[in-house]
Design a protein around this ligand. Structure first.
Ligand code: PEP
Ligand code: MG
Length: 578
């Protein structure tokens, strides 16, 4: 039966595949009585599941040889006989036809009844056979759960796997494509989680917050995952598949149109230049960034280097990764963010304090680096050595005060001096920046900015900390609003402060990747965007439709808007007039 599950879009794309549940599908009994018109269909569903279970048992029996055939064959025969037991079968079909119970519930009731009979037996051997009841009924339940049609099974055999899970840790994400996973569905998680960020980097369609997925989906069910709409269709119909093919054709057309923008300059309609940088997490991002004409790397999240290796990479390993990144960008600037482990990125290295009561407010980012200066120095040395190969900017995450920046700068100076003494080549000049992702840093920026060469706004965290709404909690997705007036005030003041002090300001949170926000950010004065590589062309396209002069004049009114609706209306009017 076709079921539509809704969640939140975390990574776009539409994919057809077989469900692979990370947690075994649980038997969930549906207690609602059958309507008279449903009874015969349910009885035949049960009949089919019983036959499938028999066929599976025969197939196992046929594969057994020699002593094994004698030993295990006996049990299989006993299970086969149980499946044919007239009392069991009559009881089951009576429950469906007369009791109007659904097949799953009928199976559960028969199992409970027979188990009680066996348990009451005096003979310990016979009593122990109650286990067999569980096995046999379990086999039928599983066949019932896999109620796919033969045609569906044929399609399912040809398509890859779709992972269905409650959560996926960031460290697990990168291995999914190697295992043939085509898309991911999570009952929890959020579009701002680092797993979702990685999914976008990997171009792996993902839907999160699909609460019912583990209850409704079974292994091998055919699924159509719509990462654009945040929807999953279980047992899609022929019409769904036709729609899927149509969407594929449309995506191809749109992809071709956007591809023409790959090396076009990024300019607004009134010819103002805008710079689009790429966020990088994985090695493949560099090629994509270049292919889509990025102006450089605006954020390289080094923690994924640590998470992927499941150990702490030493100086040489890190140096090679950073050098390859810089060489790969062919002279364009590369912004390397120092380690931002902690919160939801703490799983594999054992470095961060995973047992913290409140990890998002705990020892993450630069705080962890300050606590572990040797680790920080190793990373700084690796970055500085790579700086001999091309322009590097160093970015410090989770800054809340100038002390952290000053400490980072003096450590860099010490590392650079040591490296030169050791005979390593190090760039004469490097830029040091702060991520502005904590409201304290945003508010205190006028005094903090003297200590940095540039700032990068991390809206993923800035929104979370400003609105006290956990970015990883899908139950708060309504509250987590990048368009909240408080967030917009902070963004505008950060950008103004950068302008006033002639220090570049970029925005590298997910907000920059979303073409719906491009006009708004340009209105607030942003000129440097950094985004996942999959969004570069779409955002360049959106920039081309903006009139910067007009949008800048609109900014005071946008900042006074009371809510999302007012804001959207103002922007829509501006777009219509442009
Ligand atoms: C941010 O907080 O916006 C950001 C870019 O950093 P991360 O998502 O890695 O926390
Ligand atoms: Mg952040």
């Amino acid at each position: 039966m076709r079921i539509v599950l809704t969640g939140i879009s975390a990574s776009r794309g539409m994919v057809l595949g077989r469900a692979r549940l990370v947690q075994p599908s649980q038997f969930v009994a549906d207690d609602t009585p059958l309507e008279p018109g449903e009874i015969e269909a349910e009885a035949s569903r049960l009949q089919q599941a019983l036959e499938t279970a028999q066929t599976e048992l025969r197939a196992i029996r046929d594969k057994l040889h020699g002593a094994l055939a004698r030993e295990i064959g006996e049990f299989i025969d006993a299970h086969s006989m149980l499946l044919n037991d007239p009392e069991l079968l009559t009881g089951l079909f009576d429950l469906v036809r007369r009791g109007r119970y659904r097949a799953g519930t009928a199976l559960k009731m028969q199992r409970d009844r027979l188990a009680a009979v066996f348990e009451a037996m005096d003979d310990p051997y016979l009593r122990s056979r109650r286990e067999d009841i569980d096995h046999v009924i379990g086999r039928v339940q599983s066949a019932l759960a896999r109620e796919t049609s033969p045609a569906e099974r044929q399609i399912a055999a040809r398509v890859g796997a779709i992972l269905v899970s409650d959560q996926i840790a960031p460290a697990e994400m990168t291995h999914l494509t190697e295992q043939g996973v085509l898309a991911a569905v999570c009952t929890g998680s959020s579009a701002l989680s680092h797993s979702a960020i990685l999914a976008r980097s990997m171009r792996l369609p993902m839907v999160v917050g699909a609460h019912d997925a583990l209850a409704e989906v079974h292994d091998d069910d055919l699924l159509l995952v719509d990462g654009d709409q945040g929807q999953i269709i279980v047992h899609p119909t022929a019409q769904d598949l036709a729609r899927y093919r149509q969407r594929q054709r449309e995506a191809l057309r749109e992809g071709r149109r956007l591809a023409e923008l790959a090396h076009a300059p990024t300019r607004t309609r009134d010819d103002a230049p805008i710079r689009l940088f790429a966020n990088a997490e994985l090695a493949g991002d560099v090629a994509q960034a270049r292919a889509h004409g990025a102006d450089g790397i605006g954020l390289y999240r080094t923690e994924f280097l640590f998470l992927q290796r499941h150990h702490l990479p030493d100086e040489d390993e890190q140096f090679q990764a950073y050098r390859d990144l810089v060489l790969g960008m062919g002279g364009l600037p590369v912004t390397i963010r120092t380690l931002d482990l902690g919160a939801d990125k703490a799983d594999t290295t054992g470095l961060a304090l995973t047992s913290e009561p409140n990890p998002a407010l705990g020892m993450r980012g630069v705080r962890l680096s300050m606590k572990r200066p040797a680790l920080f120095a190793t990373q700084m040395r690796a970055i500085l050595r790579a700086s001999a190969y091309g322009p590097i900017r160093i970015l410090v995450p989770m800054v809340t005060n100038s002390l952290e920046i000053r400490a980072a700068r003096s450590l860099i100076q010490i590392c650079a001096r040591d490296l030169r003494t050791e005979g390593h080549e190090v760039a004469d000049h490097f830029e040091l920046g702060a991520m502005i992702e904590v409201p304290a840093a945003a508010i205190a920026l006028p005094s903090l900015i003297r200590h940095v060469d540039f700032v990068a706004i991390g809206t993923n965290d800035l929104v979370q900390y400003t609105l006290a709404a956990d970015r990883n909690n899908d139950a708060l997705s309504e509250l987590y609003d990048p368009l909240h007036p408080a967030v917009l005030q902070l963004l505008a003041s950060i950008i103004r402060c950068g302008e006033k002090h002639a220090k570049p300001v970029s925005l590298c949170g997910e907000m920059a990747s979303d073409a719906r926000y491009t006009a708004l950010l340009i209105a607030l004065g942003l000129t440097d965007f950094s985004m996942h590589t999959g969004a570069l062309l779409e955002v360049r396209d959106a920039v081309g439709r903006c009139d910067r002069g007009r949008l800048r004049r609109l900014a005071p009114r946008l900042l006074k808007a009371e809510d999302r609706e007012q804001l959207t209306l103002l922007l829509a009017r501006a777009a219509a007039r442009a």
